[in-house]
Design a protein around this ligand. Structure first.
Ligand code: NDP
Length: 353
């Protein structure tokens, strides 16, 4: 579920369409959908956000269900919003833990759900690099965004030996060749609900610039767009290529315009598409539902290990599909084919209508 002023039917449709094939790729028993509102939580008080979430759930509760649709977080929906939504659901319908995922740990959430999309993105990127005889060690990475996906992508990239040199929001970005400290962003964004500009006030080696991080020249090997759709257009893709990046893996949904995808393909930049690279979030949402059903909480390591396996499988299946269809290293086509085949097989097996 997304809460952002740009939400409209067209955006929800593309996100829902992608989600079906992404969820298929996870190998877990979940279908796909998407929802949201053009309400903007930014700059609102906790009380205002709570009242919006309560009103929203007062209607939404009629349309969701344990085996119908189970919302999870996306842009503008984090643990705070999920908590308010779940509280209202309980008030109206009673406790049904699996009705929402991304819940707080004190009322049915899963360890590692907060980290899942960002960590999963790096596990996918690691698998893609390994298939090309490379590792993350010593790599320089440009990350966009400073929300849920970006923060934990930066953490895992750093833990795996890479240096992340940027982070951004819709106003501007910070650049630090010594490496971005995810803990500082976590404090600014998750605790203080501040702006990325505040980062440069706290870390003396970082510089702040207004505008898009994709219009800024820097030396780096890997681009991880983790903000929003269409954030990299054709000109910006040319700049990514000129800056020396050879891998682009999508933390955000559809961050590259079709023209940008074409530019990357022509330049033999390896593309990790969103439906594969950022599937870790929904995968752990499904694991949260499993834990809720069996009334157990798995350890962080258990969830994280399952996430690693799922991301490796997603890469392997995408690669195998690309090879089977003679598409070489076109992991984008491979993910589309692998995700689609499973959905198509299941639909045909159940009878054409
Ligand atoms: P958050 O709301 O936590 O963070 C979004 C980040 O992107 C913020 O830094 C925000 O800046 C920036 N951003 C949003 N819109 C724009 C814009 N128009 N231009 C530039 N920057 C922008 O969202 P998430 O981190 O959860 O989601 C980021 C992306 O990852 C989305 O595409 C989402 O669909 C995708 N995704 C998320 C998953 C999840 O589990 N959360 C799972 C799979 C995919 P600002 O604060 O200024 O708006």
């Amino acid at each position: 579920m997304r809460l952002h002023p740009t939400v409209n039917l067209s955006i929800v449709k593309f996100l829902g369409f992608e989600q079906i094939f992404k969820n298929s790729l996870t190998g877990l028993p979940i279908g796909g959908g998407k929802g949201g509102s053009d309400f903007d939580p930014k700059g609102k008080s906790d009380g205002e956000v709570m009242r919006f979430c309560q009103s929203f759930m007062t209607e939404l509760q009629r349309h969701i269900g344990l085996d119908i649709d189970v919302p999870a977080g996306d842009i503008g929906v984090g643990c705070r919003e999920i908590g308010f939504l779940y509280g209202q659901y309980r008030r109206l319908r009673g406790a049904e833990r699996g009705i929402l995922t991304g819940k707080g740990l004190s009322y049915g959430g899963s360890l590692a759900r907060t980290e899942a999309t960002g960590f999963g993105l790096l596990y996918y990127t690691k698998a893609l690099l390994a298939a090309n005889n490379e590792t993350l060690d010593g790599k320089k990475i440009k990350v966009s965004g400073s929300g849920n996906v970006a923060i934990y992508a930066i953490q895992k990239a750093t833990e795996l030996g890479a240096t992340v040199v940027t982070a951004s929001d819709s106003n501007g970005f910070v650049y630090d060749p010594n490496g971005i400290d995810y803990k500082v962003i976590q404090q600014i964004k998750e605790v203080e609900r501040g702006r990325i500009k505040d980062y440069a006030d706290r870390v003396s080696t970082a510089e702040y610039h207004e505008g898009s991080v994709w219009d800024f020249d820097a030396d780096y090997d890997i681009a991880l767009p983790c903000a929003t759709q269409n954030e990299i257009d054709a000109d910006q893709a040319d700049r990514v290529i000129k800056n020396g990046a050879t891998v682009v893996a999508s933390g955000a949904n559809m961050p590259c315009t079709p023209a940008a995808v074409t530019a990357f393909s022509k330049a033999n930049v390896l593309l990790g598409p969103a439906k594969a690279a950022n599937a870790g979030g929904v995968a752990v949402s499904a694991l949260e539902m499993s834990q809720n059903s069996e009334r157990l909480s798995w350890t962080f390591e258990e969830v994280d290990n399952r996430l690693k396996d799922i991301m490796q499988n997603i890469f392997d299946e995408s690669q195998a599909a690309a090879e089977e269809y003679g598409l070489g290293k076109n992991y984008l086509a491979g993910a589309n084919i692998a995700g689609f085949n499973k959905v198509a097989d299941a639909m045909l097996a159940q009878g054409v209508i």
